[in-house]
Structure formats: C-alpha cells, structure tokens
Design a protein. Structure first.
Length: 428
C-alpha cells in the first residue's frame, strides 16, 4: 500500500485522484465495513430521500431521467453515477450539471480527515465524496447509481427511500457469479425491509424475488405492477390507478429506453407524497434528458452511433436498435474491449450488423491489443477486420472510408467511446 503524502484542500483534483489510485491494495474491494466506518466517522447521514439504482444495464439512463424530471419539478437533485467518460466531475452532479473541482476536493479533504488509518478504494472515496457534497449543498433528493452488484457496493451503506434494479444479466462474473440467479441475489442486496423496490427486468431471477419476499420489501415489477403502452410517436404509462398518457418518446435513443423511462416514473409514483412531480415536469424531463454514449447518434452524415455497451445484455440492445435504423450502404464498426469482458459473447450478437470491423488497441492495464482483438474476431469467422494500434487511429480510418450513406458505430467499452469523444473535441 502506498505511503504517498496525502493531498490537501489546496491540492488539485488530479492530485487527489492519483493519490486514491495508489492508496488501496486493490481497485475493487467488495465489502462495506471500511467505508461504513468512515461514513460514521464523518456522521454522514442524509436527511433527504435517497434513490438507489442498480442493475446490469440501464441504471445510468434511469438515473439521468429521474434527475432531469425531478430537477424540472423544482427540486435540487444530487446525482452520483459511474464510470465517467471524459471528466471525473461527471460522476457527481447537482441539478444535472457536474460539480466543480473544488467541490469534489473539499469533500475528499473531509474524508481524508475522518478516515484515520482506514484504507479506501477509488470508488469508495468517490461515493462518500458525492454524498458529502450533496449534504453540504443542501439537495432535496439524491439519486445514487450502484457501481458493481449491489449487496457489497459502497452505495449500499446509505438507506434508500426506493431501491431499483433495472436489469439482471451477466457482467463482472468474477465478483457477482456466472448465473443470473447469483447476479440477481447480489443486485437485490439494495432492497430493505418495508422500503418499496422496483424491478424492470421482464424475467427477474427467483433469487431477486426471494430476497424481496424474505425482507418484506414491497416489490413492483414491470409487466405486473407497472408498464408501457407504445404508440406511433408517443406512449402511456400505467401503475395501479395512475395513468399518464401522450408522453413524448425519450430523448435517449433506443426502444429499450421506454422501459427505463417507465421505471423512473414508477419511482416517482412511489415517492409522490414526498416529491410530487407534475405531468409537465415529466414531459420536459423526457424531452431534455441527456446521457452521452448510450446509443448516442451524432448529428450529420455519415450516421455515427456511440455506445458504451460492453456485455451481452447491452449487445442485444444495441443489435436491436441497429436493426431499427434506416438502411446503410456500408456498416462500419469501430471496436475495442477490455480483456476481462466476454468479447466472444458480445461479438456473436453483433457480427451480422457490420460489414467492416476497425479494431483499435486500448493502452491500459485491462486493455487488449488490436492484434489480439482482430485474431479473436477472425477465429469467429468474421471477415473485413482491419487493425490499428489505437482507437483514434481506427476512428480516423472509419471517417476516411465512410460515405454519407454509410453508418459508423463506435462501441465495446467506455474507454473506446471516450477516446473517440476526446478526438472529436480536440478537432472541434
């Protein structure tokens, strides 16, 4: 463990992040004892409602929709999400806007002063900093996204007013198990006795249902307790006696976003006595919500899609969304994945959606080289694979070969999308 000199409240955010990266013995350390002890030392007990959102995919979109609708209803909203794409500040937002470096640094300094000799991981530091910032800034409600799993995730040290599991599928198998039942048990760890819970998975594993029943957590299921009716250019939401009609299609692209939107509305229904949100605020929130990198279609031609999807569940959603798009003369993938992800499963779901694969290496501890990726694609029988040392080089190649009637899709990892976003910003 590093004995580096700790930064101070006068240090830069980058100094603090570098310190945290080298402080703890492992990047991911499942368990709540250490982070709970620091929370208690800080007397960090939010008095505002906390919404905890977990799931394999979709949780970030649900957080974004909830935050935007609550903000449009006039509430001061704190939102904690991860990972970030370009800037760490994206993780901690107030009223949908990233907070300043100094706000984060002040919270880091407060954590450092309280933790004594207790070691914290990078994610644990960030989780405590987010909630500390929300308390200091006097938010009315906080939306916290689970980082990994649920039961042993640092977010779970806080008591929810509503718990949400958006979807259950395989990812992070080394930590969460390699069956949906094992993963479902971990996700359900954010449920509490007597606290309402929402699950948007259409086929929830029995372990998740069992945990809710054993705890006595009132569980509201999509398709049974709430749901969506889709029309041409609008949709309706229903939950019990409550109905909302003529809702706009969410600004976030992808058919699956309707269920994510319904999940957010189910949460608002359950919190209506504490946090009333008008139909107008709901509609504005759906139209204005932003969540970069989630089937994000860039303006202009050729059509370009950015998608951070990196597991089989996300790959199925991406394939479905691509099938719904207009015909493209040439379908180009700009692709890279981390070495601990199930690349074979992801590629098998998407291999028929592309004519050309441009693969780039990711230069980071868990990154794969372009050669390793290309070799695996070729062993799966994929032709038209071109390899580039980096993702930006693969992106440049895509731009040079794409005509205005073609389509480019950048996907496979947050890092893949981030490197393309950085390249676009650099040249803007």
């Amino acid at each position: 463990m590093s004995q580096a000199i700790p930064p101070t409240a006068a240090s830069s955010l980058q100094d603090w992040l570098h310190y945290q990266e080298n402080l703890h013995i492992s990047t991911i350390d499942m368990g709540l004892a250490r982070v709970s002890a620091v929370r208690d030392a800080m007397a960090l007990r939010p008095t505002f409602p906390v919404i905890i959102v977990g799931g394999t995919n979709g949780k970030g979109s649900v957080c974004a929709m909830l935050s935007t609708m609550l903000h449009r209803a006039g509430f001061k909203v704190g939102t904690y999400t991860s990972p970030h794409i370009l800037r760490y500040n994206e993780r901690i937002a107030i009223d949908t806007q990233p907070v300043s470096d100094q706000r984060i640094v002040d919270s880091f300094a407060a954590i450092q002063a309280a933790r004594g000799d207790i070691s914290l991981s990078y994610f644990e530091f960030g989780t405590l900093a987010a909630v500390h910032a929300f308390v200091e800034e006097g938010v009315d409600v906080a939306v916290l996204e689970v980082g990994l799993g649920g039961r042993l995730d640092a977010v779970n040290i806080f008591e929810p007013a509503v718990s949400v599991v958006v979807s259950v599928d395989l990812d992070h198998q080394a930590y969460l198990g390699d069956t949906r039942e094992q993963v479902g048990f971990e996700k359900a760890g954010i449920f509490r006795a007597g606290v309402p819970a929402v699950c948007a998975d259409p086929n929830p594993p029995h372990t998740l249902l069992d945990v809710a029943a054993q705890l006595g957590a009132p569980l509201h299921l999509v398709g049974r307790d709430f749901g969506v009716t889709r029309m041409d250019n609008q949709w309706s939401f229903h939950m019990g006696e409550s109905h909302k009609h003529a809702l706009p299609i969410p600004a976030l692209r992808g058919e699956y976003q309707l269920v994510n939107a319904a999940t957010a509305l189910a949460v608002l229904e359950l919190l209506k006595p504490q946090l009333p949100v008008s139909l107008g605020a709901v509609k504005r929130g759906l139209l204005e919500v932003e969540w970069p990198g989630r089937f994000q279609v860039l303006p202009g031609r050729p059509v370009t899609v950015l998608d951070v999807g990196h597991n089989p569940h996300a790959a199925r959603a991406l394939a479905d969304s691509l099938k719904r798009m207009a015909f493209a003369s040439q379908r180009i993938a700009v692709f890279s994945m981390l070495s601990d992800k199930d690349m074979a499963a992801v590629v098998s779901l998407l291999k028929d959606e592309f004519d050309i694969w441009l693969v780039g290496g990711l230069d980071m501890p868990r990154g794969r080289t372009a050669d390793a990726i290309a070799t695996e694609l070729e062993t799966m029988g994929i032709r038209g694979v071109h390899r580039y040392e980096t993702v930006p080089l693969a992106w440049d190649a895509a731009l040079s070969m794409a005509g205005e009637n073609d389509r480019i899709v950048v996907f496979g990892s947050f890092h893949t999308v981030a490197e393309v976003m950085e390249q676009r910003l650099h040249r803007a």
